[in-house]
Design a protein. Structure first.
Length: 68
C-alpha cells in the first residue's frame, strides 16, 4: 500500500486532488460535526471568550536577532 503525503495548502488550492484519500478527512468530519451540533449563539460565546483571553493576556515582545 502506497502512502503518499502531499502538502494540501500548496497542491489543493483549486480543490482537493485526491478526495477519496484526503489526509484532512478526520479534520473535515470533526469540523462538520461541530458546526452541525453547535448553535450559532454557542459559537459566538466561544469566540468572545477567546477574544477576551487574548485581550487580557500580557503582551509578547519579539526581539529580532540582528546579525552584523
Amino acid at each position: 500500500m502506497e502512502t503518499n503525503t502531499i502538502n494540501c495548502s500548496e497542491v489543493c488550492k483549486d480543490g482537493c486532488i485526491q478526495p477519496d484519500r484526503c489526509q484532512n478527512q478526520t479534520h473535515i468530519q470533526s469540523a462538520s460535526k461541530f458546526i452541525n451540533e453547535t448553535s450559532l449563539d454557542k459559537m459566538h460565546e466561544i469566540a468572545e471568550e477567546a477574544r477576551r483571553k487574548k485581550m487580557t493576556a500580557p503582551p509578547v515582545w519579539v526581539i529580532p536577532d540582528w546579525q552584523d
